[in-house]
Design a protein around this ligand. Sequence first.
Ligand SMILES: *[C@@H]1O[C@H](CO)[C@@H](O)[C@H](O)[C@H]1NC(C)=O
Ligand SMILES: *[C@@H]1O[C@H](CO)[C@@H](O)[C@H](O)[C@H]1NC(C)=O
Ligand SMILES: *[C@@H]1O[C@H](CO)[C@@H](O)[C@H](O)[C@H]1NC(C)=O
Ligand SMILES: *[C@@H]1O[C@H](CO)[C@@H](O)[C@H](O)[C@H]1NC(C)=O
Ligand SMILES: *[C@@H]1O[C@H](CO)[C@@H](O)[C@H](O)[C@H]1NC(C)=O
Ligand SMILES: *[C@@H]1O[C@H](CO)[C@@H](O)[C@H](O)[C@H]1NC(C)=O
Ligand SMILES: *[C@@H]1O[C@H](CO)[C@@H](O)[C@H](O)[C@H]1NC(C)=O
Ligand SMILES: *[C@@H]1O[C@H](CO)[C@@H](O)[C@H](O)[C@H]1NC(C)=O
Ligand SMILES: *[C@@H]1O[C@H](CO)[C@@H](O)[C@H](O)[C@H]1NC(C)=O
Ligand SMILES: *[C@@H]1O[C@H](CO)[C@@H](O)[C@H](O)[C@H]1NC(C)=O
Ligand SMILES: *[C@@H]1O[C@H](CO)[C@@H](O)[C@H](O)[C@H]1NC(C)=O
Ligand SMILES: *[C@@H]1O[C@H](CO)[C@@H](O)[C@H](O)[C@H]1NC(C)=O
Length: 540
Amino acid sequence: MSPEAPPLLLLLLLAALNSESTATPPERNSGRKFVVVFPENIAYYYPVPSQNKVWITTLYPSTTVTINPQANGTTTLGNPGTRSFDVNLELRKLNVSDPGTSLSNRTVQITSNKNIVVQAFSVRNKSMQTALVIPADKLGMKYFIPPISKVPKATINVSVAGMSINERGPFRLIIVNTNQSNTVTVQGKASKQVSLPPNYLAQIPLEDEDGLQVVEAENPVAVLVAHPCAFRPLCSCGLLYAILQPARNQAVKFPIPPALAADAEVFVLLSESGSSSAEAFNPDAAVVETSGTAVLYRPDLVLPLIPETDFASCYVVTNISQQQNFILIVVHNDDKDGIHVGNSPLQTLNPVWQKLNGTNYTSARLTFSSRNTVVWHESSTVGVYYVGNVSGTMFGHPAPIISSTPDYRGCILSPEVLNIPTNASSWQKSIKTCGDNSLKLVSLSGETQQKQVCNKLSQVNGSKPQEVWIGMRRSSATGEWYWLDNPSVRYTNWDEGQPGSVDGGQCAVMSLKSNCSWRDEECCTAVRPLCYREPELLVF
Ligand SMILES: *[C@@H]1O[C@H](CO)[C@@H](O)[C@H](O)[C@H]1NC(C)=O
Ligand SMILES: *[C@@H]1O[C@H](CO)[C@@H](O)[C@H](O)[C@H]1NC(C)=O
Ligand SMILES: *[C@@H]1O[C@H](CO)[C@@H](O)[C@H](O)[C@H]1NC(C)=O
Ligand SMILES: *[C@@H]1O[C@H](CO)[C@@H](O)[C@H](O)[C@H]1NC(C)=O
Ligand SMILES: *[C@@H]1O[C@H](CO)[C@@H](O)[C@H](O)[C@H]1NC(C)=O
Ligand SMILES: *[C@@H]1O[C@H](CO)[C@@H](O)[C@H](O)[C@H]1NC(C)=O
Ligand SMILES: *[C@@H]1O[C@H](CO)[C@@H](O)[C@H](O)[C@H]1NC(C)=O
Ligand SMILES: *[C@@H]1O[C@H](CO)[C@@H](O)[C@H](O)[C@H]1NC(C)=O
Ligand SMILES: *[C@@H]1O[C@H](CO)[C@@H](O)[C@H](O)[C@H]1NC(C)=O
Ligand SMILES: *[C@@H]1O[C@H](CO)[C@@H](O)[C@H](O)[C@H]1NC(C)=O
Ligand SMILES: *[C@@H]1O[C@H](CO)[C@@H](O)[C@H](O)[C@H]1NC(C)=O
Ligand SMILES: *[C@@H]1O[C@H](CO)[C@@H](O)[C@H](O)[C@H]1NC(C)=O
C-alpha cells in the first residue's frame, strides 16, 4: 500500500457491503433468531382463556420463518409485511411457596433466513400487554433490575393479625436462556444462582429489597420482569410484562414524553452500578439521567425508556392491537422538520406537538393509517414508541429500530456506499475501477443528495484526495453535459467560473476541499474516483 494514499473506505461503508446481516447496535431490534416466552396472564382460574401471539415483521422479500414449537412449522412470506402467529405456550403459575426458582422449557424459538422483527402480544380479557423481543445475538450477560418493590402500592403488603400477606404474589424475574448451558446469578441481599439448560428459563420471585439487584450470566440471556395480575385502580388487575435492555455503563439521558404519564401515577425506576431509585415522574423536568437502566412504571405498564443515544433514523411501527393504538414520536425541537411517516413529511399531517418541559424535546402522537408505518428522519434521529389504550389502561413498548443511518430517501436497510479507491486513473478507467467493486462512478441527482454525500465525505478522517471523479461528462457530439446514468442534468454545483469552455476539459471532478463544488477536467488526467452504490430502502 502506498504510504501517502491509504484506501479511503468510508464510515458505514464496508460493513454495508456485507448486506443486511451486519447491523450493529442500536439496530438491535432485527435479527434471525429469537426466544420468546409468555408469562401467565391473570390467575390461571380466570374464566376467559388468554391469547398469546407473536407478530413477525419481515423486511426482505422471500423470508422464511420457523416457529418452534408451532404446528405449521415453516412459513415463507413473499413481500415485506407483518403476520401474527398464535402461540399456545403460557408459563404455568409460579409456585411462590417455593423459595427457589421455577425452571421450565416453555420457550418459543423463532428463526428466519433474513432479518425480521418480533413483537409479543398477550391478551386475557381486559389484560393486554405487548413487548419488543430482543434478537438472540443482541442479548446481554448483565442486566440491572428496576426497583419495582420501591414503588408505593406496586406490591400489596397487608399485615393481617401480625402476618404479612402478599395477596397475589410478588413480581417475578423471568430469565430466558439461549441455546447453550448457562449459569446465572441474581445478585442482591440474598444472591441466587441458577443453572439453566439450553432453551430453558427460570422464574424467580423478585425479592423486596432496598439495594440494587443485578442479573449476571455466563452466556447471553433475556431478562423480563412480569406480574400475572398487578393491581390497577378500580379493583382490577392485569399482566405486567417488560423485556429489559441489557445493562449499559455510560451516562445517558432518557427524555419522557408526557403522553406516557397520562391518567396515572407514574414512577421512573433507575438502576445503575451500585444504586437504584424510584422517583415520581416530574412533568416539569421530563428527562432522567442514569448510567444504567431507566424504566417507566405505571399501574398498567412497565416500559423500558429509550435513551437519547439510542434514538434512530428509522422505525417500523405495527398496528398489532384490536384496540386504540398510536405512534408516539419524540424529537429534538430542531429536528421536527425532517421526520417522515411513510411517504408524507410529518408536518403535513399537522400533528399536535407536546413539549417535554425542561428539555429541548417535543413529542407527537399519531394514529395508524396502515398495518405497518415506517417512521424515519431524513438527516437526524428520533425516538419512537408504540402505545395503546385498552379500556383506559395503557400498553406499549419502544418501537422496533430498523436503522440508525439517516438518508433523505427513506428507511435504510443497507446504507449508501461511498468509496474512493487508492488508484488514480483516467475518467474512463475509473468507471471500470468502480465496477470491479460492484459500484459505479457517482451520479448526483439533486441538492439533497449532493449535501448528504458532501457531509459524509467531510466526516471522513485521514488522507483524502483534493478532488475525485464524478460520473458526469460532456457529449463530444453536442458539448452538452450528461450523467452516466441519466442523459439530462437538472442539478449542478459548479464552482465559480465553471464549467469552462469545451477546451477546459470534457469530464467533471468534485472538490473535497471547497464545499464539494465541481469543475471540468481533462478526462485523461489521473484522479481518484468517487464510487457509489444506492442504499437499499425498506418499503411495505
Ligand atoms: C396453521 O394451520 C391451520 C390449519 O391448517 C390454519 O388455520 C392456520 O392459519 C395456520 N397457521 C399459520 C400460522 O399458518
Ligand atoms: C411448591 O413448592 C413447595 C416448596 O418447595 C412444594 O412443597 C410444593 O409441592 C410446590 N407445589 C407445587 C404445585 O409444585
Ligand atoms: C371481558 O369478559 C367479559 C365477560 O367474560 C366480557 O363481557 C367482556 O366483553 C370482556 N372484555 C374484553 C375487553 O374482552
Ligand atoms: C411487608 O411486610 C413485612 C411485615 O410487615 C415488612 O417487614 C416488609 O418491610 C413489608 N414490605 C413492604 C414493601 O412494605
Ligand atoms: C447457538 O446458536 C448459534 C446461532 O445463533 C449457533 O451459531 C450455535 O451453533 C448454536 N449453538 C448450539 C450449541 O446449538
Ligand atoms: C409544561 O409547561 C407549560 C408551561 O409552563 C404548562 O402549561 C404545561 O402544562 C406543562 N406540561 C406538562 C406536561 O406539565
Ligand atoms: C388497526 O388495527 C385494528 C384492529 O385490527 C383495525 O380495526 C384498524 O382498522 C387498524 N387500523 C389501520 C389504520 O389499519
Ligand atoms: C436547549 O437549547 C438551548 C439553546 O440551544 C440551550 O441553551 C439549553 O441549554 C438547552 N436546554 C436543555 C435542557 O438542554
Ligand atoms: C384511554 O381511553 C379512554 C377512553 O376509552 C380515555 O378516557 C383515556 O384518557 C385514555 N387514556 C390514555 C392514557 O390515553
Ligand atoms: C493500482 O495500480 C497499480 C499500478 O498500476 C496496480 O499494480 C494495482 O493493481 C492497482 N490497484 C488496484 C486496486 O487496482
Ligand atoms: C473523525 O474524527 C472526529 C474527531 O476526532 C471524530 O469525532 C469522528 O468520529 C471521526 N470520524 C470517523 C468517521 O471516524
Ligand atoms: C455549500 O453548498 C450547498 C449546496 O450544495 C449550499 O447550500 C451551501 O450554502 C454551501 N455552503 C457554503 C459555505 O458555501
